[in-house]
Design a protein around this ligand. Structure first.
Ligand SMILES: [Zn+2]
Length: 702
């Protein structure tokens, strides 16, 4: 690893955070340097601190420990990510024999200098007890490769030299903090402390020192490992299994099946679905096809901090059968073995420790799949990504560890203590899920006003959304607005042509590889053409039918295998039109094709009910866009209508508003609300049409 510290960078942070103490600004600088290196820490792992003096409200001088807030990500930490604690009070805790979890939490809370700051890292006491001004702590891969070994202590000594103290694994908290400071006091010349199966602490009197020591020791460990594994093959190909024929399709089928099998009832009674994150780097695919694959899956986490993100074991899927039923049977079998095993582990640990804990969900987060690589799960897309990042590092490190010596994971008993530690579980997102959280919605015609309005409402209800269109610039524009509102991780775009079945199928595979599958399909792509039958060019009619009717048919048809493999039901909400019930002259191509789509949707409702898939239609009228996203339909028909009625754009909107019973302006978000209503299964309804038109008597469904 490269030492990235430089005076210019340090000065930049001092200038940027000039409202804060300089010592804290420098800590932010080195914390970010550490956080940006995924070989050191991953997603909220590791922690850093600084001790400084400042005046309290009474003008008295007080020593304050600024330590990273629990679960904060070092890579992008801000001053608010650190918590200031009264150092003198924390140090007195060293005199205690024991400290319960509840009391440690309480002590850490009552000694904050700002009540609203985050809860401090679970390693805060260790930072408090050591005398050094700056302390850095990481779970560096190369250090863990050395510690997670039958002879870990010796290997660390050999690789890092005599200025490093090595302690056996002790769970974070008072005992670890006391153990570390006692070790330091025995030999105040040590430069770092390594905790077996956990990580490394470095310290010093300025911000640079612990960072440079971290770099130095991690580099020593890396070169030691590299020397030991040079010329050794990390994996042995199995030979009896071949790489997949069609990797994209296999990955999609597998993702859909895994997602379906792992969906389960949450504590609130709703179905909890996972998002999927796929990783197919060539070395991961090699591992998946190797003799070591199964063993790697049982090798446990690198450091206990990871267990709440990945669970302690992975599932190995050694083939992807061509037949969907066989695939589901295989995944079911492997997942059941995992959940049984997890339940046994929980029961055993609870009983043998004599403690009372609430069991977490039993489901795996990481699958190693032959020929595909890693398939990782999370209740949010971020969680899935975190699990995947950790799993990648775990697999690579464990393979190296096995080549260095004999990899030995930490015991289940230690894992349980961390996994079920209240302070660790707090890092997980515990709010009750939003209405459509965990679901994936696909909206065609995503570049237009209605597509945008639907996406907006589905995102607000917690769904991830994939917008599709053939018009990429419009799609990009819609995405950028939605990303600003809802963040990057929930919004995806994909360009495909609904009129081409093969292109739809391929797009649905791609969506499944990116997110895991599809739960809500909204066929919304449509085009209009204005001409009386007498003037209607038959080729134009074909074009309109191809998008409005055949496009709806294509997307519904291509979604069926996805719904089947998932086996968790789903919703198709077709954006129909007021014109289906109440057509207008010169609108034959549009109305007839929309009527066809409406009819095919009713047939789909009949045929897909047995899969638990509901198919409903929404019949909007006169949905104008706004200044951000215009309506493609009104861009086309608006000018003519304005001319024939002698109105401007606003006048035309007014005209349509006055035409309906409620005198309502129909907005894209109203259509979006209707989609959310159907997609959230609030009534047992399928095959229904819901007008969103302000009330047009001639268009009442009948
Ligand atoms: Zn740690």
């Amino acid at each position: 690893m490269e030492n990235l510290y430089n005076e210019e960078g340090a000065k930049g942070f001092i200038a940027k955070y000039s409202d804060y103490p300089m010592e804290l600004a420098l800590l932010i600088y080195t914390s970010r340097l550490i956080g940006s290196n995924s070989n050191l820490v991953l997603h909220g792992g590791g922690n850093t601190s600084v001790k400084l003096k400042s005046k309290n409200i009474l003008g008295e001088e007080q020593e304050i420990l600024y330590v990273k807030g629990s679960g904060e990500d070092l890579a992008m930490i801000e001053p608010e990510g650190f918590v200031g604690l009264d150092l003198a009070s924390l140090r007195k805790l060293r005199n205690l024999e024991n400290l319960s979890d509840e009391e440690m939490e309480n002590q850490l809370k009552i000694h904050k200098v700002a009540a609203l700051s985050p809860d401090p890292s679970v390693e805060a006491l260790l930072h408090a007890f050591l005398p050094h001004k700056y302390i850095d702590h990481t779970h560096a891969d190369s250090i863990l490769i050395l510690t997670n070994q039958r002879h870990g202590k010796n290997l660390v000594r050999e690789a890092l030299g005599s200025s490093v103290a090595v302690l056996p694994y002790i769970m974070s908290g008072l005992s670890l903090a006391k153990g570390v400071v006692a070790q330091y006091e025995k030999n105040v010349d040590i430069e770092a402390i390594v905790i077996l199966n956990h990580g490394i602490f470095t310290f010093g009197d300025d911000a640079k020192a612990p960072y440079e020591k971290m770099t130095d020791y991690v580099n020593r460990a890396e070169s030691f490992v590299q020397k030991r594994i040079r010329g050794k093959a990390l994996t042995t190909p199995r030979g009896d299994i071949a790489p997949c024929k069609d990797t994209e399709l296999s990955a999609a089928r597998l993702a859909q099946t895994v997602r379906g099998v792992c969906a389960h009832q949450g504590s609130d009674g709703s179905l909890r679905r996972f998002y999927v994150e796929l990783r197919s780097a060539p070395d991961l695919v090699d591992v998946s096809l190797s003799k070591e694959a199964r063993n790697i899956c049982y090798s446990g986490v690198l450091t206990p901090d990871h267990v709440i993100r990945t669970k302690n074991r992975m599932v190995y899927i050694e083939s992807i059968p061509e037949n969907d039923d066989d695939l589901k049977e295989l995944v079911n079998k492997e997942v059941s073995a995992f959940t049984d095993d997890y339940h046994r582990y929980f029961q055993y640990q609870v009983k043998s420790k004599g403690v009372d804990r609430k069991e977490l969900d039993l489901y795996p987060r990481v699958f190693l799949v032959a020929g595909v690589g890693l398939v990782c799960l999370g209740f949010s897309r971020k969680e899935a990504r975190v699990a995947a990042d950790i799993a990648e590092h775990t697999i690579r490190s464990e393979l190296q560890a096995n080549a260095v010596g004999e990899y030995v994971p930490i015991s289940d008993s230690h894992i349980f203590d961390i996994e079920y530690w209240s302070l660790q579980q707090k890092k997980l997102d515990r709010r009750s899920p939003l209405l459509l959280e965990g679901q994936v919605a696909v909206i065609t015609g995503g570049g237009g006003a209605i597509g945008f309005g639907i996406a907006d409402r589905l995102l607000a209800a917690g769904s991830a959304v994939v917008l599709s269109d053939i018009d990429e610039p419009r799609l990009e524009k819609v995405r950028s607005i939605l990303v600003e509102r809802y963040g990057k991780s929930q919004v995806e775009i994909i360009v495909f042509d609904v009129t081409d079945y093969a292109s739809v199928e391929k797009a649905f595979d791609e969506i499944s590889s990116r997110l895991g599958g599809i739960d809500i399909l909204v066929p919304n792509a449509g085009i209009a053409h204005v001409a009386k039958i007498e003037d209607l060019d038959p080729n134009k009619l074909d074009q309109v039918i191809a998008v409005n009717l055949k496009g709806t048919f294509n997307t519904i048809k291509a979604s069926i295998p996805v719904f089947k493999r998932q086996g968790t039901g789903g919703n198709i909400v077709v954006i129909s039109s007021k014109n289906v019930f109440d057509p207008g002259a010169a609108f034959g191509a549009y109305s007839a094709s929309k009527a066809g789509a409406h009819q095919i949707s009713k047939i789909a409702a009949l045929e897909l009910a047995e899969l638990g898939v509901r198919v409903n239609m929404i019949n909007p009228d006169a949905v104008f866009g706004d200044e951000k996203i215009s309506s493609k339909l009104w861009d086309l028909v608006g000018p003519d209508r304005m001319k024939s009625r002698g109105l401007d754009y606003e006048g035309l909107k007014e005209y349509y508003r006055n035409r309906n019973l409620l005198k309502a302006s129909v907005l894209a978000e109203h259509v979006g609300n209707a989609v959310v209503f159907f997609a959230s299964n609030q009534t047992p309804t399928t095959g229904a049409a819901l007008p969103v038109d302000g009330g047009i008597p001639a268009a009442f469904p009948r």
